[in-house]
Ligand binder design. Sequence first.
Ligand code: SF4
Length: 290
Amino acid sequence: MINQRLPEWFKQEPIDIHSFPQVKHALKGLHTVCEEAQCPNIAHCMNRKTATFLIMGNTCTRRCTFCSVRKSPTPSSLDPNEPNTVADTAKSLGLDYAVVTSVTRDDLKDYGADHFRKTINAMHSYGIKAEVLIPDLMGDHDALAYLLSAKPEVLAHNIETVPSLYAEVRPGASYERSLDILSFAKRIHPEIPTKTSLIIGLGETIEELEQTITDIRKTDCDLLTIGQYLSPSENHRPVKHFYTPEEFGALGKTALALGFKGVVSAPLVRSSYEAKRLYESCYDHRSHDF
Ligand code: SF4
């Protein structure tokens, strides 16, 4: 994370990281998006013995300008043991709910659908709930239907930003294609909650954000997270605006008024931040306040 001057609301209480080494040890040989994407919540989550697993390697075939994950058109081949290794590690950490995401693998015939399916099945074999944050699978409905046949507890796909910024911020992605992933998933499996995330401060306007939140809700998407963009390095897109906690609160209210079942909107929120709590607050009727 570059040394950008952060507003005072980013100041955090020091976090005791006594569980960190144990979690790091358990994650040996696996990638996490927590580390690869330099997530500001890593100590918070690892201290709760949770992490977001990054499957299919740590090298992506896309070049999003806000993302610090390694990029190459020819990533390494898949590790066939990875699905079981992820499930074994989640079990060893005592998790009953875990998030699995991946880099985008446009180089694979099924874009990684089968690898996700195997990972979900492996986690379910231990009774671990699986939230999967998937790439856009190049909009391939057959690949998505195949992945969803493993019945993950939550299907997530990030819209990330507003359509006017896609060319600059998410080259190779398409706003319509990403909305279609959410609406198709809901159409073929209405029982599976869908979720998406926006990273803001990239240069969008509040009006564009409100329109994007409305477009997302039209896909019957259930869960939404909104967080502040922080630039990973000088080589990445600079932060264009730091939203106040009040502005995040207002966007969250707008989303809830549109009918989302669950919304978390605050500066440090990321796609899988407190994912289990958000899921349980909406689908497990255990009340959680964020
Ligand atoms: S597709 Fe995901 S992992 Fe790949 S560069 Fe974009 S944000 Fe990063």
